[in-house]
Design a protein around this ligand. Structure first.
Ligand code: DGL
Length: 261
């Protein structure tokens, strides 16, 4: 009963952001081993071309597959919107992607105005345009979060620079009467407290983490790949840059190592 059930769930992100997704997966499936790649040396992905994002996603996928990943979670909206189709066509393992949660926000919105904060790579992708076009009654106020990911990667969540950027990005959305704000980048849940302080209380903040965790469990179940419930899940995190911020975000919940990928 060691294989394939002992194989890990592989996750990758351009950096530390996908830890927000890993937390949800961990909470839902504590028996699963997980292996997380933080490609922080190449962050941010959001301003790269589609070809570059695809090449980095292939590199990360190969690294996880070489280490036995049974499923791959793209804990990155930018990688999903630009590369998930090609990855699914190329590899046999299942892939779980993440997209901005505009559907639940659009369905719940009463003002019919929804704010979306995401990277340029996500907002400018064909997949995002296609999903948004399903909700023609909703006005999406889209804002590229220029500069947010580098500050998070540097551990500067609570800094005057972060406060200034968030004010600049969120005040126009408040003025436009949004009642939901979609966090369309896996780094941004680490800014929830700062964002909450700026938004009036009636504006809901939505991200996709819990839905991605449920989808991962459902797909593992479909493929007969769920871990043995007697197993205690081990969590390994690899980063190709300085480990400090990743260590802080993971806390005592896993082992963080420097790796060359
Ligand atoms: N955390 C990623 C996302 O969800 C990527 C951010 C970036 O590297 O620009 O989009």
């Amino acid at each position: 009963m060691t294989m394939p059930f002992a194989r890990p769930i592989g996750l990758f992100d351009s950096g530390v952001g996908g830890v927000s997704i890993w937390r949800q997966i961990r909470a839902l499936m504590p028996h699963e081993h997980t292996l997380y790649l933080a490609d922080s040396r190449n962050a941010p992905y959001g301003q790269k071309s589609r070809e570059e994002i695809l090449a980095l996603s292939l590199k990360n996928t190969e690294y996880l597959l070489e280490r036995g990943a049974k499923i791959i979670v793209l804990a990155c909206n930018t990688a999903t919107t630009n590369a998930v189709k090609e990855l699914r066509a190329r590899y046999a393992v299942p892939f779980i992607g993440i997209e901005p949660a505009i559907k639940p926000a659009a369905l719940q919105s009463k003002t019919c105005k929804v704010g979306v904060l995401a990277t340029a790579g996500t907002i400018n992708s064909a997949l995002f345009a296609q999903t948004a076009s399903n909700f023609r009654n909703i006005r999406f106020i889209e804002q590229i979060g220029h500069g947010l990911v580098p500050l998070i990667e540097a551990g500067q969540m609570e800094s005057p620079a972060m406060e200034a950027l968030l004010q600049e990005y969120l005040q126009p959305m408040i003025a436009a009467d949004i009642d939901h704000l979609v966090l369309g980048c896996t780094h941004y849940p680490f800014l929830s407290a700062q964002i909450r302080r700026i938004l009036p209380p009636h504006i809901d903040i939505i991200d996709s983490g819990a839905a991605v965790a449920r989808q991962t469990r459902a797909v593992l179940q479909q493929h007969g790949l769920l871990a043995d419930a007697t197993q205690e899940g081990q969590a390994l995190f690899y980063t190709n840059a300085d480990e400090t911020v990743l260590r802080t975000l993971v806390g005592g919940d896993g082992s963080v190592m420097r790796a060359d990928f």
